[in-house]
Write a new protein. Structure first.
Length: 406
């Protein structure tokens, strides 16, 4: 039985239908966007328990009638926008062994009636609903659960592949159906080894953020805090960078330097996610010369502490990406990041390297635009004096060279 406002089973439904028996035996199954209930009813033949959800009341009514006709008694029907019903208190601890997801995956057509659009469109480009699905799905899966996902070339396959990878899942093409105007794909998707390990350590909502020189950076949630996961590249020649950064952050956190260290494993490091703007972007974003000067003083004082601890951070002569400036509860926060190359030395260069950065042609010009003036020759001389005799007095002489007038 189908309905006018309910998606009628087509090639995509039948593509996933024939594989359900291979994955559903004695499992707890979720059929997302159940429509007529065709997939839930098939899963119920083999599964221990099936949950079938849909955002449409009409679809649920049709699905319930079809389940009753099929005598499928182990199905619970819920109205839900993706996982919304399972985020409620009574359903919070549910985990599924198998999730069936045959989403609306076509790009939005403004001429489509609203009811039809709900059945067949997945967003402006077609993949937005799949993206929303992956933002939440991991917390509703067991470590070895399986997702069966259907989508089409019209959904932009490369984009779907990227979404899956960025959320740390692994996909295998299980089947495909070539039609005149599109190809339909069926993916079997599982958690990556990295994601399983991260979740075992209490990390949630893990998602790729960017790639560094020596590893990948991910964002995640840890005990209600937004954190950064730095994962080393296996082929990287820079061995032991994780261990080195962890070692120095644990020490430097005592002095208010660096992002907060949480923990490390063999393959990754978990630290505070530092929100804000890189130093040059911050300076460009404000005309408050007093604030800029305050930020520069804070950075210099952190560099001075590093010098006193006989630790060279490295990269302070070009720290464009290594200094983040932000506000937290209206409080100015300046954070030095990336301590992978930090090392002990009798002649640390943090203060002098930062001087070198500030008197570069680019920075001299940028600071002058904001009403801050540094005499390159004088600053160079003061930096040399500090290098040969790194006293408090010589350090203060450097700070004096950051002026509001030429």
């Amino acid at each position: 039985m189908t309905g006018v406002d309910v998606y009628e089973p087509k090639e995509d439904s039948f593509l996933i239908l024939k594989h359900i028996k291979n994955f559903a035996k004695n499992k707890t199954v979720l059929d997302l966007g159940t429509g007529t209930g065709i997939l839930a009813i098939e899963a119920a033949k083999y599964a221990k328990k099936v949950y079938a959800v849909d955002i449409s009341k009409k679809a649920l009514a049709v699905a319930k009638q079809n389940a009753k006709k099929a005598n499928a008694k182990n199905i619970t029907f819920l109205r839900s926008d993706l996982f919304s019903a399972f985020k409620q208190k009574a359903e919070k601890k549910l985990r599924f062994d198998l999730i069936l997801f045959n989403p609306p995956y076509l790009p939005t057509d403004p001429s489509e009636p609203k009811e039809l659009a709900l059945q067949i469109t997945g967003g402006k480009h077609g993949y937005e609903l799949v993206e929303r699905f992956f933002q939440d799905v991991s917390s509703f899966l067991n470590p070895n659960s399986v997702i069966l996902l259907v989508f089409s070339t019209l959904t932009k396959k490369h984009k779907v592949d990227k979404i899956i990878e960025e959320h740390c899942f692994i996909a295998d093409e299980l089947d495909r159906k070539k039609l005149f105007f599109e190809t339909i794909f069926l993916y079997k998707i599982i958690k990556s080894r990295f994601l399983k390990d991260a979740e075992k350590h209490g990390l949630k909502q893990v998602i790729y953020f960017t790639k560094g020189k020596r590893g990948w950076i991910y964002k995640a949630n840890y005990k209600g805090k937004q954190v950064c996961i730095k994962r080393k590249i296996p082929q990287s020649a820079a061995l032991k960078t994780i261990e080195n950064e962890a070692k120095y952050l644990k020490l430097l956190n005592r002095y208010g330097i660096g992002p907060k260290f949480y923990f490390k494993t063999k393959n990754y490091l978990v630290i505070e996610f530092v929100d804000g703007k890189p130093i040059e972007e911050f300076i460009k974003s404000t005309d408050d010369a007093e604030l800029i000067k305050k930020v520069l003083f804070i950075i210099f004082k952190k560099c001075r502490k590093l010098d006193q601890l006989k630790i060279n951070k490295e990269e302070m002569h070009h720290p464009r990406k290594h200094i983040i400036v932000g506000l937290r509860k209206k409080k100015l926060i300046v954070t030095l990041i990336d301590f992978e190359r930090a090392h002990k030395t009798q002649k640390p260069k943090n203060v002098t390297q930062f001087c070198q950065y500030l008197i570069s042609t680019k920075m001299i010009g940028l600071l002058e635009e904001k009403g801050i003036f540094i005499d390159k020759g004088v600053m160079l001389q003061k930096a040399r004096e500090y290098k040969h005799n790194p006293t408090k007095k010589n350090f203060k002489q450097i700070l004096k060279e950051i002026r509001f007038s030429p």
